[in-house]
Design a protein around this ligand. Structure first.
Ligand SMILES: [Zn+2]
Length: 279
């Protein structure tokens, strides 16, 4: 039987920007967007993270210019003790216990904590790592990429989604048909969700409570956006990635939630989704 994992969702800092940047027709008032990090406790493999959220390393990386532009565009709040490497102490874990980090993509708010987990394997898209490595400083910041947050040895610790064996997804996930088998036992299936940026993937897992979670990264900023199939303005999606694939992915997720009652979608920055999961 496919192993089922215990799952917790941690709020690892937040940033503020107008809701209208993430939802067409949204409010212009600055809104708080938590950076959510999944803690996955696999019965045999041990603890893994889905993304890392913010970390002190983010403030170091965005001190110089032009990286400081990133901090100005999306002001970040990270209270003391809120970094993922601190919060895991609640579960009796230290950073060296984290066996692997699954990355949805390489935007700064998803990878800022990587340096805190030097022993972890990295499960990610090769296309995403190549992109962050190849981006110049200005070009990278403009697209949310901070190369300084990615450890120098990331390539040697990485397992790439693109090279993993594929497994079919349950029919509840239609129109998504299969995923990359991250650990080789069917427990974690990575699913490409094109559009938000190069190498953007989500993750499917089955919890101990028998519910499927579909961690969708930044394929949508909120459950509301998925329910209403309401994308961000073209300006946002074109700046970070590609608008048409983004909208197709969002429409697919919208179709999935309309049909599949047994699947919980978790966008990386959605307070509503966070409220449904154990912290
Ligand atoms: Zn992103």
């Amino acid at each position: 039987m496919t192993p089922r994992c215990q799952f917790h969702l941690m709020r690892v800092g937040s940033c503020s920007h107008p809701q209208a940047a993430t939802l067409r027709g949204g409010s212009l008032c600055p809104t708080d967007f938590p950076a959510l990090v999944g803690l996955i406790l696999h019965p045999q493999e041990g603890p893994l993270l889905f993304d890392t959220g913010y970390d002190q390393a983010f403030f170091t990386a965005t001190r110089p210019f032009p990286e400081r532009l990133y901090r100005w565009a999306t002001p970040v709040d990270l209270p003391p003790g809120a970094a993922a490497s601190d919060q895991i102490a609640r579960f009796g874990l230290t950073p060296s216990d984290i066996r692997g980090v699954v990355l949805s993509h390489f935007h700064g708010d998803h990878v800022a904590g990587l340096t805190a987990f030097p022993n972890a394997r990295l499960y990610c898209a090769r296309a995403g790592l190549d992109e962050v490595r190849g981006a110049g400083r200005f070009g990278g910041v403009r697209r949310g990429l901070l190369a300084g947050l990615v450890p120098d040895d990331a390539g040697s610790r990485a397992c790439y989604f693109e090279s993993m064996p594929r497994r079919p997804l349950p029919s509840a996930f239609t129109p998504f048909t299969d995923g990359a088998d991250v650990l080789g036992d069917g427990s974690l299936l990575a699913v490409e969700l094109p559009g938000h940026c190069t190498g953007h993937w989500g993750l499917v897992l089955k919890g101990k409570d028998d519910r499927y979670r579909f961690l969708i990264g930044d394929a949508a900023w909120s459950l509301q956006a998925v329910r209403e199939n309401r994308p961000p303005p073209r300006l946002t999606t074109a700046l970070l990635g590609r608008t048409e694939p983004y909208r197709r992915t969002l429409a697919d997720l919208h179709g999935l939630t309309a049909r599949a009652a047994g699947v919980s979608l978790i966008p990386s920055h959605c307070p509503e989704a966070a409220g449904h999961e154990p912290g």
